[in-house]
Design a protein around this ligand. Structure first.
Ligand SMILES: CC(=O)SCCNC(=O)CCNC(=O)[C@H](O)C(C)(C)COP(=O)(O)OP(=O)(O)OC[C@H]1O[C@@H](n2cnc3c(N)ncnc32)[C@H](O)[C@@H]1OP(=O)(O)O
Ligand SMILES: CC(=O)C(=O)O
Length: 535
């Protein structure tokens, strides 16, 4: 492991704790290999510090530090080990947990220390003086072994409200013993931005220590609290990728970094790395095995997705009119959503996104808007069915159906057997290229049988269908109060080697809705593959 000389601005630290506090989120369970992969992504993104875990607390974190030292050539970040101050009544040099921090080989160590008098008395069960000695001795011991030390003051804001004198004394003690940064933690996450700003400003003036901020998100204000602390003079921000963390999470690294770079004009990442943000956010979500949050600021799929017709009409003139930044700055893209809230401008911009030039044809565009609104009123949804919308648009432009077969009829049968099992069988009767084709197939359900019958009917004429896979199938009942007579919406996702697309079908009968969605899915797949539709 080599250590990067300096971050882009070492006077300001972007400190990531995804691998330590992020891993405390319910549902995240990282292997050592996962942690190494995330560390590489974070280093590639350009954060200054990566807190890798608590060596000595569990074998996985201990192994992570050993392997990171051997396997990662950090280009931007310094690796940080996390641990607690020495135990009460034990010398720092005799405390095995402190020894494990040194043994990790990490050049920087974050020590968690108590700064709330009640926690000292109830959780540590020791005196306020001994707690100060625990902070002083542990920092000094680690400094004497050549390590840089940051101190996380747990429950600082609550502690400061209860006993400001003592909380400030912990800060002075840590800084006096050689801690480079003293991090004020909103451990219970109950603070609001104005409170955080006021406390940081006062403590900075009182102690003169370099201050950092660690904000949990229990009020939904972790990012705002982090920025309020920066406004008040904090120069070290602790965050996690996608806001993962204990309970509801921590300050989300991505909006914090974007705000610092784009709103404050402070360069905290290496040149050109901000545009990697969306990719890195999604890559980390994949490693932790959580679906990327679509509505996450800056990096979410919906962060620059526009649905309202009025927004689209202004965006057509200038995207800045409804966007706070250019999405490309953070590696995201603008998208137009077409739905019953769309107007002409939405359809025109969506056409442009799909590479379909509508040439400002008001009549054609108006027809598309009307069809979308009329069909959405019947239960279709085009924002979730991009391929069905594209077919609708292309059919209006072409003035004819873009289809590959004519349906004479189809049927699906479910046979209930005395032994409790079911047999599912479907038959399709189609016309394609002048031929009448009849095919029957069985399946594990009626829709599966229908899909197999359709493929078996068409694969000889359209061998391109063999490359298509159904990847998802969703059913939603739209008018629940009508019970079995409700309208059913089916969304089908289909993929080939190049990508995926979604199609929609709506009917009172779930199999008929599924048929429509399959019909669009295969028409779109064949069109993508460059197959000429029937005249
Ligand atoms: C706010 C935060 O998120 S801080 C990070 C918290 N992260 C974690 O706890 C995850 C990793 N933790 C662990 O694996 C375990 O808790 C360990 C290995 C650290 C400790 O395990 P154990 O020795 O079994 O102790 P246990 O977890 O029950 O209690 C923690 C002990 O640390 C002590 N302690 C808590 N904070 C501190 C501190 N800042 N300095 C010194 N000791 C501390 C507690 O008083 C308690 O002592 P006790 O054993 O005398 O009662
Ligand atoms: C240190 C830490 O994670 C906290 O106080 O929340």
């Amino acid at each position: 492991m080599t250590q990067a000389p300096q971050g882009p601005d070492d006077a300001f630290h972007v400190f990531d704790t995804t691998l330590r506090d992020g891993a405390q989120r319910e549902g995240i369970n990282l292997t050592v290999a996962d942690k190494l992969t995330i560390a590489r992504h974070l280093d590639d993104f350009g954060v200054g510090y990566i807190e890798g875990g608590w060596p000595g607390a569990n074998p996985r974190d201990t192994e992570f530090f050993q392997r990171a030292a051997r396997e990662i050539d950090f280009r931007h970040a310094r690796l940080v080990a996390f641990g607690a101050t020495r135990r009460a009544g034990v010398r720092a040099e005799d405390d095995p947990q402190v020894a494990a921090l040194l043994a990790s080989g990490a050049p920087v160590i974050t020590l968690v220390a108590k700064s709330h008098d009640r926690h000292v008395e109830l959780a540590l069960r020791t005196t306020l003086e001994e707690n100060l000695a625990m902070v002083r001795d542990t920092v000094a011991h680690l400094r004497a072994h050549g390590r840089r030390v940051f101190v996380d003051c747990e429950h600082f804001f609550d502690g400061y409200r209860a006993n400001p004198g003592y909380a400030a004394q912990v800060v002075r003690t840590a800084a006096g013993a050689g801690a480079e940064v003293v991090v004020l933690c909103d451990t219970n996450g109950g603070m609001l931005p104005a409170q955080v700003g006021a406390v940081v400003r006062t403590v900075l003036a009182d102690t003169g220590a370099r201050l950092g901020i660690h904000a949990q998100d229990d009020t939904g204000c972790a990012v705002a609290n982090t920025l309020a602390a920066v406004d008040a003079g904090a120069t070290h921000v602790q965050c996690t990728a996608n806001g993962y963390g204990e309970r509801v999470g921590n300050a989300n690294l991505f909006p914090v970094v974007a705000a610092l770079e784009l709103k404050y004009g402070r360069r905290v990442l290496p040149e050109g790395k901000l545009t990697e943000m969306t990719r890195i956010s999604h890559a980390i979500a994949e490693v932790v095995n959580l679906t990327p949050a679509t509505h996450q600021p800056y990096v979410g799929l919906s962060a620059f997705a526009h649905k309202a017709g009025l927004h689209a009409s202004a965006i057509k003139v200038d995207p800045d009119l409804y966007q706070h930044i250019d999405p490309e700055l953070v590696g995201n893209t603008m998208r137009m959503l077409v739905s019953d809230m769309a107007g002409r401008a939405s359809v025109e911009l969506k056409g442009k996104e799909l590479g379909i030039e509508l040439g400002g044809d008001r009549e054609l565009i108006g027809r598309v808007v009307e069809r979308v609104k009329e069909r959405e009123a019947r239960g279709y949804t085009y924002e979730a069915a991009d391929a069905s919308f594209e077919l609708l648009l292309r059919e209006e432009v072409a003035g004819r159906a873009l289809r590959y077969y004519r349906v004479e009829s189809w049927r699906a049968i479910v046979e209930d057997r005395p032994d409790g099992t079911h047999a599912n069988e479907a038959t399709v009767k189609l016309w394609a290229k002048g031929e009448r084709i009849v095919a029957t197939a069985e399946g594990n359900g009626p829709v599966n049988a229908l899909d197999r019958a359709l493929r078996s009917a068409l694969e000889r004429i359209y061998p391109q269908l063999a490359a298509l896979r159904l990847t998802d199938y969703k059913v939603r009942i739209l008018e629940g109060s009508r019970g079995t007579g409700s309208i059913t919406r089916v969304l089908v996702s289909t993929g080939d080697e190049q990508g995926e697309w979604s199609t929609v079908g709506v009917a009172e009968n779930v199999i008929a809705a599924s048929w429509q969605a399959l019909d669009d899915a295969y028409a779109y797949g064949l069109w993508r593959a460059g197959v000429e539709p029937l005249e």
